[in-house]
Every structure is written in structure tokens, then in C-alpha cells.
Design a protein around this ligand. Structure first.
Ligand code: 13P
Ligand code: SF4
Length: 330
């Protein structure tokens, strides 16, 4: 089916169905333009919880749809694609338990650890974190959540993104290490799991140097999933919505190179905005969702036979919700 035809059929279906279409900023343009609600992971979690329609059709990656189901279990959540964020896939229950064991082997007791998981993780990992008294954060509130976590006087175990954990530690002037880097975790305030986002690893110090030389005076703005070496030479580091705000508030003639996902940077502003990479930094899983998938999911919702409906078992959902609610409460 052609795009125009698909859009028409999608419009007809959504007229008669109790469905809210939700899209993360990294979605392809044609999917993003359809959405009733758009935002970064924190905004989407909050707004989906408050939404009143029976169905959420979530265009994003698996942990995002799963988080909606956890915080709003009365809602039915369908994803056009159960696309799994590569970083979230780097940690499962076993890897989490192994990380706690690693700390114990170094003489750091479970009761002396405050775990914090980035929202880019499975409900199982969120549940394990909650059981140890910890909570979830997103890139928008990681600073605040870690600050809060530190008030417990405990060491922070930060999973799964080593870059976000290290970047926040650097911003706070704290010591960090990464499990497996050979450093003594006793000497760190924030101990990071060794996960990362392959898309945000594409941005390098060489890219920053290239743009600064090519366009003297250019600003460099990056997401905190970028390597700490890149953040150190940038002018601004912020989450998806913080990057949008930063770029929007720059004078029109101020050039800026942005280190985050391509679809978002591409739609930021027409002039003087560059993608901080010679490689197109597209998130493969975010880009899996197509208009056709959205159409097929609406048809499935109408038939009430949705193969990609999200379910989370009750016990996992109960604990994962505690970790998410601790974050939302802050
Ligand atoms: P945000 O929390 O900024 O939406 O980021 C989610 C993500 O997956 C970034 O790569
Ligand atoms: Fe996951 Fe990276 Fe894609 Fe974000 S950009 S969804 S962290 S793989």
C-alpha cells in the first residue's frame, strides 16, 4: 500500500477505535507525525499514565511499552514492533545478580548498595532494583535521582549504561568505575554496569574536533549516553527533551552539531544544525516501526487479536512499578 493510502486507512481506523498513538522522538517522521502524544521516555511514561483511552499504541522500543503497562496496568498496550533497545538487552536478571555478587566479592554488602536502573532495562531488572530499595531514572532526571540515591549514604550501583553513570558522576565531581575495568569499586561512589548504547558510541572526540575546525564558534550538544570523553569536550550535555530545548533557544544563526539519534536531529531546525557524525546515527530498533506496522496493529486491535500486546507477570509488574513510582514521585 502507498503511504497516502495507508495514512487514510489509519485515520479511518483511529476514528472508531479507543486508541492513543504514542511515539518517541526517535521514530521515523511518517510514524512520528501520526502520534497523539510525542516525547522522550520520561514524558511518555507520565503522559501515558494519565491518558484515558483503553489502548495505547506505542511506537518506540520494548522497555517503553513495558513501562506503560507496568505503571498503568488497567490499560492495554500494543506495540507495532516489539523492538528491543540494544542497551536494555545487555542486562538481564542473571547479569544484575552477578553485578551484586561482584560487589560482595569486593567486600561491599548488598545492604550498603543503592541500585539505580536507567529506564532502558527490562521489567525484571527494574523489579530486582526495587527489591533492593532502588529506583529507575531516565536521562532527564538521572542527576536528581542519583543525588537522591546518594542521600542514603550508600554506594550507587548504576545499570545498564556505563556512560550515563560516569557522566553524572563527573558532573557531580564524584568517583566512578565500571565493572570489569579493573578498578577497585571500594574507591568509587558510583559503580557502573558495563552496558552502552551503540548508536551514541558513534560520536567521537574526532567528530567534535572536525566540526570545531570546520565551523569555528559552533556549539556541540550531546546526549549523556555518549562517551564521557565526548561529553568532556562538548558545550552542552542533556537528555532528548533538554537537547531540543537547548537547540531551540540558540540564536538562529548559531551553528550547532548534535550528538544523538538521526531522526530527532534531522527534524530539530532547518538551518545551522548538523549531525555530529560522518555515519548516520540511526537507532536500528527505533527505526523498525513502519506506517504499515501501525496500520496492521490498528486492524488487530479492531479484531481484538493483537499478537504484539504487552503483558508483564503480576509479581514482576508489582516490583517494577515500585521502582518506576519512586522515580515519578520525585
Ligand atoms: P530519552 O530518555 O532521552 O528519551 O532517551 C531514551 C533513549 O533510548 C536514548 O537513546
Ligand atoms: Fe536503545 Fe540506543 Fe536506541 Fe536509545 S538509541 S533506544 S539506548 S539502542
Amino acid at each position: 500500500m502507498q503511504q497516502q493510502e495507508l495514512k487514510k486507512k489509519i485515520a479511518e481506523l483511529r476514528e472508531r477505535l479507543p486508541v492513543t498513538i504514542v511515539a518517541h522522538y526517535y521514530q521515523r517522521d511518517e510514524v512520528f507525525e501520526l502520534a497523539d502524544i510525542t516525547g522522550d521516555s520520561l514524558e511518555l511514561a507520565r503522559r501515558c499514565k494519565a491518558d484515558e483511552r483503553e489502548w495505547v499504541l506505542f511506537c518506540g522500543v520494548g522497555f517503553m511499552g513495558q513501562s506503560v503497562k507496568v505503571i498503568a496496568p488497567h490499560k492495554r498496550v500494543a506495540m507495532p514492533r516489539i523492538a528491543c533497545c540494544a542497551m536494555a538487552r545487555m542486562i538481564d536478571q542473571q547479569c544484575y545478580d552477578d553485578s551484586v555478587e561482584f560487589l560482595e566479592k569486593h567486600g561491599i554488602k548488598e545492604s550498603d548498595v543503592m541500585p539505580i536502573t536507567y529506564i532502558n532495562s527490562s521489567a525484571e531488572v527494574k523489579a530486582s532494583v526495587a527489591k533492593m530499595g532502588g529506583m529507575v531514572c531516565t536521562s532527564s532526571n538521572a542527576y536528581k535521582i542519583i543525588e537522591q540515591g546518594l542521600e542514603s549514604g550508600k554506594k550507587i550501583l548504576f545499570v545498564p549504561d556505563r556512560c550515563l553513570g560516569q557522566n553524572i558522576a563527573n558532573m557531580m565531581g564524584l568517583r566512578s568505575c565500571v565493572i570489569g575495568d579493573g578498578k577497585d569499586p571500594n574507591k568509587a561512589d558510583i559503580i557502573c554496569y558495563n552496558g552502552f548504547c551503540s548508536v551514541h558510541q558513534l560520536f567521537t572526540v574526532d567528530d567534535v574536533n572536525f566540526y570545531r575546525k570546520r565551523y569555528p564558534g559552533i556549539k556541540i550538544a550531546v546526549h549523556p549516553e555518549c562517551d564521557p570523553s565526548v561529553v568532556a569536550v562538548s558545550d552542552f550535555c542533556g537528555s532528548t527533551s533538554q537537547l531540543i530545548k537547548y537547540v531551540n533557544e540558540l540564536p538562529e544563526d548559531q551553528k550547532v552539531a548534535v550528538g544523538t539519534e538521526y531522526n530527532l536531529v534531522h527534524r530539530m531546525r532547518d538551518k545551522n544544525t548538523y549531525v555530529l557524525s560522518s555515519t548516520k546515527p540511526e537507532c536500528p530498533t527505533m527505526n523498525e516501526t513502519t506506517l504499515e506496522d501501525v496500520y496492521n496493529t490498528l486492524v488487530a486491535i479492531e479484531k481484538n487479536e493483537v499478537p504484539t500486546e504487552i503483558f508483564v507477570d503480576e509479581e514482576t509488574a508489582k516490583w517494577a512499578n515500585i521502582a518506576l513510582e519512586r522515580m515519578l514521585a520525585l
